[in-house]
Design a protein. Structure first.
Length: 97
């Protein structure tokens, strides 16, 4: 079964305190679903139409686990803590293997 990935790009961060509150709640919320962070931080380089913005890539055992993690009560609590503190784009994609 192919793995699932969250690709999260931050278009803007308006409240670092809200982002910090989210960052405390999100990891323990996704861990029960097998989620782990592969990369997070500001892009080192951006090419073509890319922007040097914060990006997070998270890996899950499957797309189903990735979706379940996002929809879980624990992760929804993390999103509530983030609130309007950032504008983000999250996509869930299936791995090639």
């Amino acid at each position: 079964m192919p793995k699932g990935y969250w690709v999260t790009t931050y278009r803007s961060i308006s409240d670092p305190a809200k982002l910090a509150a989210y960052a405390k709640l999100a990891p323990p919320a996704v861990q029960p679903f097998g989620g782990r962070y592969l990369a997070r931080g500001t892009a080192s380089k951006a090419y073509e139409s890319g922007l040097k913005e914060r990006i997070v890539i998270s890996e899950f055992p499957s797309v189903e686990k990735a979706v379940a993690a996002y929809e879980s009560p624990g992760y929804q609590d993390a999103l509530k803590a983030l609130g309007d503190g950032a504008v983000r784009d999250i996509r869930i994609v299936e791995g090639l293997e």
